[in-house]
Design a protein around this ligand. Sequence first.
Ligand code: 3DU
Length: 216
Amino acid sequence: MTIKAESRLIIAMDVTDRKEALAIAEKLGGAVDAIKVNYPIVLSCGLGIIGELKQYTNVIADFKVADIPNTNKLICEETFKAGADAIICQGFTGKDSVQACVDAAKQYGKEVFVVTEMSHPGALDFLQGHALELVDLARAAGANGIIAPATRPERLAMIRQRAGDMKILSPGVGTQGGDAASAIKAGADFVIVGRSIYNAPDPYQAAKNFIEQLRR
Ligand code: 3DU
């Protein structure tokens, strides 16, 4: 199953309390296209949290898989068996490692997104200089899409040009300084928002505000 762009909003569920995560998912799951889990929630709640969140919407496992092909394959298989609809891997490990993720995803009917340029300042140290090559690598490996920064809309636009019809998921909106509408205008299909939703006094209202911005 592929994750469709409807609200265009993906929640980064980086809370570490299971009850809090499930309460947010119950309230917001119907309004967002996916919930993204990362190590903080899986390390605190266990891999089973993926299946629990899946009752409410699609789940993307942001494990930034970055190992040799065989290990990548094993990580992807366990993640898909746990119910994730998609997994995020790093591209800097090279084509064979990304290919292992794509092959595993195809076997399970799931999706793979490859990190290109990250959204934080440290991405300028190494990743930015190779971002377009990482886009090419993702495409050559048959990945479904890529991750590109909402914090640098001009870079996002450049990456969109290179990415063709691959989906772009864009983190860095809100707390990191990126703007949701600008990211979509620059070519993102989805924006990923964490702290600006789950740390808001009213997460439901905060998510609604993002969805409203994205609709315009
Ligand atoms: O900054 P936020 O709280 O909105 O969270 C962003 C999420 O997206 C978080 O899980 C982080 O690990 C992930 N992410 C980035 O922020 C930037 C990237 O380039 C890739 C993933």
